[in-house]
Design a protein around this ligand. Structure first.
Ligand SMILES: C[S@@+](CC[C@H](N)C(=O)[O-])C[C@H]1O[C@@H](n2cnc3c(N)ncnc32)[C@H](O)[C@@H]1O
Length: 277
């Protein structure tokens, strides 16, 4: 296997998208929460919403939006847009989320939604800046809806994650990536380097095909970790409360509710809703 270019993190993920699964990707109950929020918004406001998706999450594109909903998306990776977005490419703007305020006019959306993306921005500055961008894009009473990948209540060490892996207690690569990334992170501000996630796992499991055989995973599934190899990208995991505070930091978004899923470790995958004042 050759090393991917560190600057092409999302390109290598795009090539292996079919191997990424829950909880990194939303399951039907996560998507239904968003559909229910959109339906309630429609009933309360007497019209269908204008929706902006941060990222190109196909499950959100294909969601059963209320009749008449318009859907746009914004993603900075042309490779992800090409490989993953199942809708019309004209719906997607290629841009950094933090710059999208210069593409769409103020108040041009009623719902901004993002699945597992907040930790991709530096904490707290990038995440707080996103609050300002979203507050500008949303109309008053508009909703920001984010599913988070949040830190566990009890810190888990690298050794604990590796022990769980050795004992066959980690069900898939999606959970292994998250648990190792969170164990590696000293604090939310410095975050976790994805190349370090690869290094920690490769130090004990250098042969991903052998790991897959031992744990009964498909080889291609285990090899989804390759997108982290040599990657200098960082993820910035935080707590739900810290995420709430970041998105409230513009002073224009107010936390309204949290939905927890029914799958394992629900408090780590909350869908949080804020309202534009
Ligand atoms: C919404 S996130 C969700 C990914 C998935 N949950 C996971 O962790 O593997 C993924 C998308 O966000 C895009 N993305 C990441 N950071 C971005 C940024 N600052 N601006 C625009 N798009 C960004 C990536 O290109 C990718 O298509």
């Amino acid at each position: 296997m050759s090393s991917p270019d560190p600057s092409n993190h999302w390109r290598t993920i795009a090539l292996r998208w079919a191997e990424i699964g829950a909880p990194l990707r939303p399951v039907p109950e996560d998507v239904k929460l968003v559909a229910d929020e959109a339906l309630a918004w429609t009933k309360n406001n007497g019209r269908a919403p204008r929706v902006l998706i941060l990222g190109v999450t196909p499950e959100l594109c294909r969601l059963d939006w209320p009749k008449g909903t318009s859907v746009c998306a914004v993603d900075q990776s042309p490779d992800m847009i090409r490989a993953v977005w199942p809708g019309d490419p004209a719906q997607v703007t290629t841009s950094n989320w933090l710059d999208v305020g210069s593409v769409h006019a103020s108040g041009s959306f009623d719902i901004v939604v993002c699945d597992g993306g907040l930790h991709l921005l530096p904490y707290p500055d990038g995440q707080s800046q996103l609050s300002q961008v979203i507050a500008k894009l949303l109309t008053p009473k508009g909703l920001a809806i984010f599913r988070l990948f949040a830190l566990p209540k009890v810190f888990e060490s690298i050794a604990q994650v590796l022990a769980a892996l050795a004992n066959g207690k980690i069900t898939d690569m999606n959970r292994l990536k998250l648990r190792m990334g969170m164990a590696l992170q000293k604090d939310s501000t410095t975050g976790a380097c994805l190349g370090d996630v690869w290094n920690c796992i490769a130090a004990v499991e250098p042969d991903l095909a052998a790991l897959a055989r031992r744990l009964g995973w498909r080889r291609e599934h285990a090899e989804a970790l390759v997108s982290y190899r040599d990657s200098s990208n960082r993820y910035y995991f935080s707590t739900p409360q810290a995420a709430i505070e970041c998105l409230e930091s513009s002073g224009q978004l107010r936390f309204v509710r949290t939905h927890l899923p029914s799958y394992p470790n629900p408090e780590q995958f909350p869908t949080i809703v804020w309202e534009r004042l």
